[in-house]
Design a protein around this ligand. Structure first.
Ligand code: NAD
Length: 451
């Protein structure tokens, strides 16, 4: 049996290994999930939610263990990993309550006809996830899939198979056999799931893989929900609180070593305050510590050497094209990249266009709000965006001109509990969270009688 080794990116040590699922086995696995799904569906919405909710205490008990596993397997600082581990258990009851409410049948009458809208399971959902939030990304798609009455075949990223397995193990402690089946491997196993007889693909990952999945899924018109990459802009207006804006820019560019889909990747700052802003951001970046996430470093390693080389390649080519190094830039070792601030970033640089997914803050000075908005929108991506400014009317007006799906004003892009996590343009197709998001894991059916 072929195995997949999992490495600690901070130390290079082998953490463990899993058996790779042969791609040729995937159709049989999907058939097992299909066979298990009707009985799971028959438990009813409330029955399923109640059963899944019994895992909350187990997730809470395992916060430390899961946090450490995430840090060791993909590098994020332990504080951030513990936060992610906590969200699994503490958020589950609220999430299930939201799903149960969203999927209740709805009655619509027009005086002549009386219709009931049902939200039925689709069948089997193929869930394919990335490594950057190795337990919460699976949770975002597996919980609504299961609660809606679907069975799930789940392929965690090949970078974080142990985290994926640990997440599924908790659910499988209470679920009937074959309702949730883990498939281990890389692209080939992902492709085999897409080509199989699953009824829906829920995918979070890169734009390129998302496009491939959409093409492949078209053969049988499989449902797809795709949460893809981003190149999020941040606009800093002339009357912004500069210190607050710089603190946000640093935390949102360097968190999880920049390996966050809604990382701030492009900063457009008004000329009038640019120098002060750059200085504040540079001061914060210069004192940030880099190291093994199990210690007290602010920034952990990149997930692997490929990601490190990609980030450093973008930085080097930007410097060669005239970008100014304000902090970091060259001090890196093994999988670690020092938090870097680049000034004088211009439109034609690769780092201004392609997703970086690394701890780099790129600053471009602009002379007007129109120029900032035009540059911010000059991208195929459209996940998050942020506007910092002092005037509520102006910041709202700028926010409404941005083409991203989630826009934060003096705040991160992610919305309040109950709102969708949504990418516009080529950052996504469909979305997660919220009543509308949960309904995407169902087949809508309308049954009508005369009123
Ligand atoms: P990736 O696309 O390389 O891989 C994601 C998953 O898809 C992995 O499990 C991989 O094995 C599988 N895969 C790869 N190619 C496939 C194919 N052709 N068919 C089927 N499966 C395939 O992405 P990654 O490097 O793991 O994750 C980083 C990316 O994820 C970034 O672009 C980031 O922005 C994005 N992301 C987006 C969100 C969001 O909410 N929009 C959240 C987290 C990460």
């Amino acid at each position: 049996m072929e195995t997949l080794k999992s490495y600690n990116p901070a130390t290079g040590e082998v953490l463990g290994e899993v058996e790779i699922t042969p791609a040729g086995e995937v159709p049989n696995i999907v058939a097992r999930a299909k066979a298990a799904q009707p009985a799971w569906s028959d438990l009813g919405l409330e029955g399923r939610a109640e059963l899944i909710n019994t895992t909350a205490d187990i997730f809470v008990d395992r916060v430390q263990k899961h946090g450490e596993l995430m840090t060791k397997e993909m590098g994020k600082p332990i504080k951030e990993a513990i936060g992610e581990a906590k969200s699994l258990g503490w958020g589950i009851a609220e999430e299930l309550r939201e799903i149960v409410e969203a999927l209740q049948p709805e009655v619509v009458e027009d005086g002549r006809l009386r219709s009931t809208i049902y939200h039925d399971p689709l069948g089997v959902v193929g869930a394919i996830t990335p490594w950057n939030f190795p337990m919460s990304m699976p949770a975002w798609m597996i919980l609504p899939s299961l609660a809606a009455g679907n069975a799930v075949v789940f392929k965690p990223s090949e970078e974080t198979p142990l985290c994926g397995q640990a997440y599924a193990d908790v659910l499988n402690g209470v679920l009937p056999n074959d309702v949730l089946i883990v498939i281990h491997g890389a692209d080939d196993q992902g492709k085999a799931i897409v080509q199989s007889d699953v009824d829906m693909i829920a995918f979070t990952g890169s734009r390129e893989a998302g496009k491939h999945i959409m093409r492949e899924a078209s053969g049988t018109l499989k449902r797809v929900v795709l949460e893809l990459g981003g190149k999020d802009p941040m606009i800093v207006l002339g009357d912004a609180d500069i210190v607050r804006a710089a603190k946000f820019a640093a935390s949102n560019s360097f968190r999880n070593a920049g390996q966050v889909c809604i990382s701030t990747e492009r900063i457009f700052v008004m000329d009038s305050i640019a120098q002060e802003f750059e200085q504040a951001l540079t001061e914060i970046a210069s004192v940030m510590t880099v190291g093994n996430g199990m210690g007290d470093a602010d920034v952990g390693p990149m997930v692997n050497g490929y990601q490190r080389d990609h980030v450093l390649g973008q930085v080097e080519s930007a410097i060669a094209a005239g970008a100014k190094v304000l902090a970091g830039g060259d001090g890196h070792y093994e999988n670690f990249v020092v938090p870097t601030v680049l000034g004088n970033v211009t439109d034609e640089m690769d780092i201004a266009n392609a997703e970086t997914f690394g701890p780099v803050a790129c600053v471009t000075r602009v002379s007007s709000v129109d120029e900032a908005v035009e540059k911010a929108n000059d991208t195929h991506f459209g996940l998050g965006a942020v506007v910092f400014g002092g005037d509520a009317e102006e910041t709202t007006e700028v926010a409404r001109r941005l083409t991203a799906g989630m826009i934060g004003i003096n705040s991160a892009p992610g919305g309040a509990v109950g709102t969708p996590w949504v990418g516009a343009l080529q950052s996504g197709f469909g979305f997660h969270k919220s009543a509308d998001g949960h309904k995407q894991f169902t087949q809508t059916r309308v049954v009508t009688t005369r009123a």
